[in-house]
Design a binder for this molecule. Structure first.
Ligand code: NIG
Ligand code: FE
Length: 413
């Protein structure tokens, strides 16, 4: 593919070199993005673009492709029965303790083949692409038993080979819930994950990150530390579910083990926030989950004031976040978490990419911003302004979605 260009009235670059206090998203007006299948080669004003074929999208807005940095998108089955009970007042953790919740999704994974899980995930990723997502982190964590986790990660790897879907980043969610078989052998379950499965999945290149659910009624800091240390030894990154229901010191564990992200954070105290800020760990905020659970927001103002990088993600899962829509999560971040549209857009593009190791740190072809050398991942929105992305709730408003310079979605002709 030779060089081509896309032009629009507004191009949101998210390029740190173009960002100023007056222009916090690095927006260029009447601008062109020039790219081929490898990367973006030039971004600048329309009238100084080289003489190459340019598709002009008129008054629409172009942004970097959206990056969903926290999903459980490789789930199968349905939890509609449990959802109805919960909406009528049933408690999420009580349902889980009675064998529903995550364990119900585990039974669905056990009854599905790798091909079936992959097909369900790919259909979901295709819908996410229509919503503007060009990179998606996908966790395992519904297999629980070694064979189930293997099967889920292999299904994720199948989806990751597809260039017509969002770029996939795989995470081994090592500690999510205790399967029935491990109820009386908790220590063995944790040790097996750390000493057998983390190295196995690292060697097989089935995961880039390891995750654990660090919370009251889930896994302790000491248990999570064991898998985090194994992840570091195996050369994998760490991202952790922290403080969704209670602050048990997960943020400090993130700092101790050099995690990339601390996710959820509805419950985190000042010391935890300071630990994240000092260690440069991103906060991944999941407003769809706290909305579904009827929870108060995380301490966003304190995280912002401490200088913690703010990321917004969907948490797509059948229990707490029954939505595949990152734009919906961005809308709720603005409505419920008092984030600005600018924070939501950076939190779903460059900041999200940074939390996945896809931006910064010398990454050869980064994602998450429209800069020369970056992957050609972008969205032409059928909207007049970037702030409108957080308004048409639940409706895909993409016109053209490009991943690595190739169209993967959008309603435009
Ligand atoms: O991020 N809380 C832990 N994990 C998921 C929910 C998993 C489920 O209920 O299936 C979350 O909210
Ligand atoms: Fe989650």
């Amino acid at each position: 593919m030779s060089l081509v260009g896309v032009a629009a009235k507004r191009v949101v670059t998210a390029d740190p070199a173009r960002i100023t206090p007056e222009n916090p998203l690095g927006v260029l007006e009447d601008a062109v993005v020039v790219y081929d299948e490898h990367s973006i080669s030039w971004v600048g004003p329309r009238d100084s673009a080289a003489k190459i074929p340019i598709v002009d999208h008129g008054d629409r807005v172009i942004t970097p492709g959206l990056v969903d940095a926290h999903t459980h998108a490789a789930w199968v089955g349905s939890r509609h029965d449990e959802y109805a009970v919960r909406m009528a007042g049933g408690d999420y953790r009580a349902i889980a303790a009675a064998g529903g919740g995550i364990l119900s999704s585990t039974r669905a994974i056990a009854g599905a083949t790798e091909e079936e899980i992959a097909a369900t995930l790919m259909a979901r990723l295709r819908r996410m692409a229509e919503l503007g997502v060009t990179t998606c982190e996908v966790k395992s964590g519904y297999g629980l038993e070694p064979d189930g986790e293997r099967k889920q990660l292999r299904a994720i790897a199948r989806a990751a080979t597809r260039s017509d879907l969002p770029h996939v980043v795989a995470t081994y969610l090592a500690l999510h819930a205790l399967p029935e078989s491990a109820k009386s052998s908790r220590d063995h379950y944790v040790l097996r994950a750390a000493s057998l499965l983390v190295p196995e999945f690292a060697t097989a290149k089935l995961a880039s990150f390891v995750d654990a659910y660090v919370d009251k009624n889930a896994f302790s800091v000491d248990e999570a530390r064991v898998v985090c240390e194994s992840a570091r030894r195996a050369g994998l990154g760490v991202r952790l579910h922290v403080g969704q229901f209670a602050d048990i010191g997960g943020a400090q564990l993130c700092a101790e083990v050099g995690a990339r992200s601390a996710d959820h954070l509805e419950h985190v105290d000042a010391a935890g926030i300071a630990a994240l800020a000092t260690a440069g760990i991103a906060a991944i905020l999941l407003p769809v989950a706290s909305f579904t659970l009827g929870q108060s927001p995380p301490p966003v103002a304190a995280l912002r004031a401490a200088g913690v990088l703010l990321v917004v993600a969907s948490d797509a899962n059948p229990g707490t976040a029954p939505s595949e829509s990152l734009p919906l999560a961005m809308a709720l971040a603005v409505r419920m978490y008092e984030m600005t549209p600018t924070e939501a857009i950076l939190g779903a593009t460059r900041h999200a990419a940074a939390s996945l190791g896809l931006w910064g740190g010398g990454t050869a072809h980064p994602r998450g911003a429209l800069v020369p050398g970056a992957r050609a991942d972008l969205v032409v929105w059928d909207l007049p302004h970037e702030n409108a992305i957080v308004q048409p709730w639940g409706v895909p408003k993409t016109w053209v979605v490009l991943r690595d310079g190739v169209r993967i979605g959008g309603a435009g002709g």
